[in-house]
Each structure stands twice: as structure tokens, then as C-alpha cells.
Design a protein around this ligand. Structure first.
Ligand SMILES: Nc1nc2c(ncn2[C@@H]2O[C@H](COP(=O)(O)OP(=O)(O)OP(=O)(O)O)[C@@H](O)[C@H]2O)c(=O)[nH]1
Length: 570
């Protein structure tokens, strides 16, 4: 219940004098009123001093202009009025904008002015500028969460963030990696060069960890020479090993501490949420144990908590190193598998990458994913294209004319902005034309390109290249995609031929797909043809080209040359 005014204002104090005091003399508080349309109806001296508007400029104007641009977009002034109507007050603790567009942090309150019936007829706002205090508080809060020596997050911030990230990982099903990084024999640096040099080394270590990690990774110094890195949404547990390898390489590079060159190493323990633990403390314990294991194993190495993950990651890193070595020395070769027409004459060859040793025994997709992870995919693709062009040139010079070469590619490679230009350059350098080359991509990659809005398929088509959908039938196999993906050819996967021609259902599927492709004016190449029966059936179904062991295995360049000499009709 509202008290009568006379109980709060002594009779000797005339309301007029009181109002004059509030409006004309109070300097530290902005006091003003607005009507129900948010138009300013009164404005005191404090409001003029804080906001910079004299009363004649603001009275009758909307108070929206006192809010920041972002708050104006969100109509915060109206929300404030609604809140005040509902709860009898609305706190105002936010940035506001002065007449000169500068901002200040305000602490204030908006209260409704009600008529006798309780209806709002306007609002009274009182606020003050507390920017300095707010900034000081923010700084104190910031200092409480950072490690002053390195500028990284400190242990307290790490504990908070670790809990948040574990919850987030649980809610979203993302993988969370925790890497505990501890310098090896750091004590010796302190002992030999002094604490100041030790401090500098810690600062430089922090910089190197930051530079080697993703921007979204959370990095903290937990104390002493111990650092922690949290990575949410890691593609696979093995990514922790890749990052650890990178960090170890970075940290073993020499540090300059003043005039002195210092070498150090680190040990890293990795735990994975939810594989190893699904609680924040559990994850920390497991990473600690893994770190202990790495120290015991001789330092300058990383270890996972889980042995199986450890093996996978170390194997993957060994493969990365092997691929880099092969790339350096270009220890690859290309094999060529012929594609023939129904008379058995060569129409094209598919170039297939061959690697020596352990990597050569893995599926080619695995090598491609390795190359992608090590950032070498573009270089590998470029090498293949150049090698293929050089071989085509040799065939043409040897009188083997009218041949097409099919080159496998993937969405990631095609999305490289320089892809088309380097392809054109490779052809031009060898005196070839785009109609001699067919680019093969899988259905999955074609859809990925489509979804990403890339127009590289159109650009390739306009430049005169043929585009084939490789392994058709193993991916989404949605026939409706055939209409939207702008390819020229589909390569029927070998799996379609399972049961052909003995099984009537298998035959019906092949016939339907070939018919559909023909209706859509697409060429069809059947892959994996192994018997005469299959070839005869496919020919009858309308297939125009065939590839498979029935005709030839993939051949070395020299063997392919010999094969083409007897199977290419001029
Ligand atoms: N310069 C400097 N040294 C620190 C700081 N905090 C802790 N230390 C020192 O860091 C060293 C940490 O040593 P440890 O991690 O126990 O041992 P280590 O020599 O690195 O040996 P291992 O970890 O077992 O390879 C101790 O000598 C601490 O005194 C700091 O802020 N600055």
C-alpha cells in the first residue's frame, strides 16, 4: 500500500522545493521520467551531465537513443518497461550511450508511475555511471582466472572450464580430449640459468602451445611447468596424438633465453571423454596417470590412458611420418586400369595411386585421409595430375590417340580455390585438352560439394571436363540425386554385379539403374566386371563401357602402354 506523501515529506518542505532540488541540483544521478510511449517527459541536471543531452533536446524524444545500438535492435527499452510493469521495478545494469556515442556502464532502476487505479501512466528512471568501478571489477575477475606469468588461464579457470566442457561433451555427444603437458627436467633450467630465465621459458612455452593448437582449444598453466589443453569436438581420439606429436616437435625446438640457446622437451598424457572418464575429476586423473606413464617411458613422448587408443594414435602418427617421407621423395607410382567398349577396345584408363610398403597395403581412402590430416592433399593431387598428364603426352607421342584418362579426386581437393587453375596449367603444359580427362568423385563427395554451395562441378563442366560419379551404389544411392548432381558419367559399383546374371532381382536392379542413367543422358561404366556372362548382360542392358579383371588388372605405365598398343583402335 502506498503511504500518503505527508508521512514521508515534512509539511515544512514544499514539493516544489523538493522537485527543484532533484531536477536542478542533483548531479551524480540521472533522474528522468518517460511516458508510456517511452518519450522523455522530465530530465534532471544529473541526466544532462551523464548523457550529454540538455533537456530541450531530449524531452519529447524516445529514450531508445540512450541505449547502445545492439540494445536498440533488441528493443531493450520496451522490455525494461514491460518488466517494470510486471514486477514494479526493472534493474538497469548495462552499457548506455551518451549523446557523443561514447558508452558508459550504468547501474539504475526503472519504476512505473501508476495512477490511482494502478495503471502505469509513465516511468521514473534513476541511474548512475559506474564505469570505473565496473572495469575495475572486470579486471579483478579476469586476474582471478589468468596465470599472470604466461597470460594463459590459471588452475581455477581450468577447473571451471573442464567441468563445463565435460557437461557439454555429455550433452552433445562430442569427444573431449585432455592433454596434460609437463616440461622435462625444467628444474635444471632454473638451477643453471636462474628463475628469471625459467620464467621466460615458461612464457615462451605457453606461446608455442597456443600457436600449435586450435583457437577454440582451452589452454591453462596449472602451476610450475605443467600445462593443460582441452579440446572439445575432436574428430577422433587419435587427433590427441597428432596434436601431442606437433606440440612435442614444437617444444623440442631450441629456445633463446637472452643470449643462451636452451633445449628442452615435454611429456604429454592424454585422456579422452567419454572413453576414459565421463566426470571432470575422472578425466583429470586419467590424464595425470597417462602423463606419469609418459614420464616413466623416458620423457619427450606422449601416452594415452587407454592402451588401445595409444596404439591407434601412435600407428597413425607413424603413418603420417611415413606419408611425409614418401611425399618428400615422391616415392609413389601410378597404375592404369583400362576401360573398354563392348568390342573390348580401350576408351579410357583410370589412374590409380600406388604406395610402397605398409601404406600401400591400406585402402587408398586411408592414404587420402592421412594426406588431408597432414595438409598434403593438394600437393599429392597436383603430383597425380602432373604425372597423369606426362603419361598421356607419352602415349600421344607414341601414336596412342583417342584415349581418355580418369583421375580420382575428392570434395576437399576440389574445394581448393586453386584446383581448376592448376589442372588447366598441367594440361596446357603437356599440350592436352580438357576432353581428355575425366574427374571421378564419389557420390558422398559430390553431395558434399552440392551442400557446401561449391560451383566447382559447374566450372569443370564449363571448362570441358567430364565428371564421373565413382562407386555409384555404395554411398547414399539415392537415385533422385542423379538428377541434381551435374555429372556426365556414373560408374556402377562392383557390388551391383553381385549375382548378375544368375539372380533375376540383381539383374532387374542393374537394368533399372542403367535405364534411368540413360534417360538422364548419363554414360554408364560398369566397374568390377569379371566374367563374360556379366559383360554380355551389361552390354544387353545398355552399358557402354566396362572395367574389370575380365579385361585387365591395373597395370604399370609400361605394361599399360603395351596393352594399349593392341587394344586401342585409332
Ligand atoms: N621459473 C619458475 N620455476 C617454477 C615456477 N613454478 C614452479 N617452478 C619450478 O619448476 C620446477 C618443476 O619441477 P618438476 O616438474 O617437479 O620437475 P622437472 O625438473 O620438470 O622434472 P620432470 O617433470 O620429472 O621431468 C620446480 O623446480 C619448481 O621450483 C615458476 O613460476 N617459475
Amino acid at each position: 500500500m502506498t503511504l500518503p506523501l505527508k508521512t514521508v515529506i515534512a509539511p515544512a518542505l514544499a514539493p516544489e522545493i523538493l522537485l527543484r532540488q532533484i531536477y536542478l541540483n542533483v548531479r551524480d544521478f540521472a533522474i528522468f521520467t518517460i511516458d508510456t510511449n517511452s518519450l522523455v517527459t522530465s530530465w534532471n541536471l544529473g541526466a544532462e551531465l551523464i548523457f550529454g543531452y540538455p533537456p530541450e533536446e531530449i524531452i519529447g524524444q524516445s529514450m531508445v537513443r540512450l541505449f547502445t545500438d545492439a540494445d536498440q535492435v533488441d528493443a531493450e527499452h520496451l522490455l525494461e518497461m514491460q518488466t517494470a510493469d510486471r514486477w514494479d521495478r526493472a534493474g538497469d545494469y548495462r552499457w548506455h550511450m551518451r549523446k557523443d556515442s561514447s558508452l558508459f556502464w550504468a547501474d539504475g532502476v526503472l519504476t512505473p508511475i501508476r495512477d490511482d487505479g494502478g495503471q502505469s501512466i509513465g516511468y521514473l528512471k534513476i541511474l548512475r555511471d559506474i564505469t570505473e568501478r565496473k572495469l575495475a571489477q572486470d579486471e579483478i575477475r579476469r586476474l582471478a582466472t589468468i596465470d599472470v606469468l604466461t597470460g594463459l588461464a590459471n588452475r581455477a579457470a581450468f577447473d571451471t572450464r573442464r567441468s563445463e566442457m565435460v557437461s557439454l561433451a555429455e550433452r552433445t555427444g562430442q569427444l573431449l580430449l585432455l592433454l596434460m603437458i609437463d616440461l622435462d627436467q625444467f628444474k635444471e633450467v632454473n638451477d643453471m640459468l636462474g628463475h628469471q630465465a625459467g620464467d621466460l621459458l615458461l612464457r615462451l612455452t605457453a606461446q608455442r602451445i597456443r600457436a600449435a593448437s586450435r583457437e577454440s582449444d582451452f589452454i591453462a598453466r596449472l602451476g610450475g611447468d605443467e600445462f593443460a589443453l582441452l579440446q572439445l569436438d575432436a574428430p577422433s581420439p587419435a587427433d590427441g596424438g597428432m596434436l601431442a606429436e606437433k606440440l612435442l616437435a614444437e617444444l623440442t625446438m631450441p629456445f633463446m633465453l637472452g643470449e643462451r640457446e636452451v633445449r628442452i622437451s615435454a611429456s604429454i598424457g592424454i585422456a579422452v571423454c567419454p572413453v576414459d572418464a565421463d566426470s571432470p575429476d575422472g578425466l583429470l586423473n586419467k590424464a595425470d596417470l597417462a602423463l606419469y606413464h609418459a614420464k616413466n617411458a623416458g620423457r619427450n613422448c606422449y601416452h594415452y590412458y587407454t592402451e588401445a587408443l595409444d596404439m591407434i594414435a601412435h600407428r597413425k602418427n607413424a603413418h603420417h611420418a611415413e606419408l611425409k617421407r614418401l611425399m618428400r621423395h615422391k616415392h609413389f607410382s601410378l597404375a592404369y586400369q583400362p576401360i573398354v567398349d563392348h568390342d573390348g577396345n580401350a576408351v579410357a584408363v583410370e589412374a590409380l595411386l600406388r604406395l610402397p610398403g605398409e601404406l600401400g597395403r591400406q585402402p587408398i581412402e586411408y592414404t587420402i585421409s592421412l594426406a588431408r590430416e597432414t595438409g598434403q592433399l593438394a600437393e599429392l593431387g597436383k603430383w597425380i595430375v602432373r604425372e597423369v598428364c606426362a603419361q598421356m603426352r607419352r602415349w600421344l607421342d607414341g601414336g596412342l590417340l583417342g584415349l581418355r584418362v580418369c583421375v580420382n579426386s575428392c570434395a576437399h581437393e576440389l574445394q581448393d580455390p586453386g584446383y581448376l587453375a592448376q589442372l588447366q596449367a598441367a594440361l596446357a603444359d603437356h599440350g592436352l585438352t580438357s576432353d581428355m580427362m575425366e574427374i571421378e568423385i564419389t557420390e558422398r563427395d559430390a553431395i558434399e560439394l552440392e551442400r557446401s554451395g561449391s560451383n566447382v562441378i559447374d566450372q569443370l563442366r564449363q571448362a570441358g571436363y567430364r565428371l564421373a560419379l565413382d562407386d555409384f551404389g555404395t554411398g547414399y544411392s539415392s537415385l533422385s540425386y542423379l538428377r541434381t548432381l551435374r555429372v556426365t558419367t556414373i560408374k556402377l559399383d562392383k557390388s551391383f554385379l553381385h549375382g548378375v546374371p544368375g539372380n533375376a532381382d540383381a539383374n532387374a536392379v542393374v537394368r533399372t539403374v542403367v535405364q534411368l542413367a540413360q534417360d538422364l543422358r548419363l554414360n554408364v561404366i560398369a566397374e568390377g566386371v569379371e566374367s563374360q556372362d556379366q559383360a554380355a548382360f551389361l552390354d544387353n542392358a545398355g552399358c557402354a563401357a566396362f572395367q574389370g579383371f575380365l579385361y585387365s588388372k591395373p597395370l604399370s605405365a609400361d605394361d599399360a602402354t603395351r596393352w594399349l598398343q593392341t587394344h586401342l583402335v585409332p
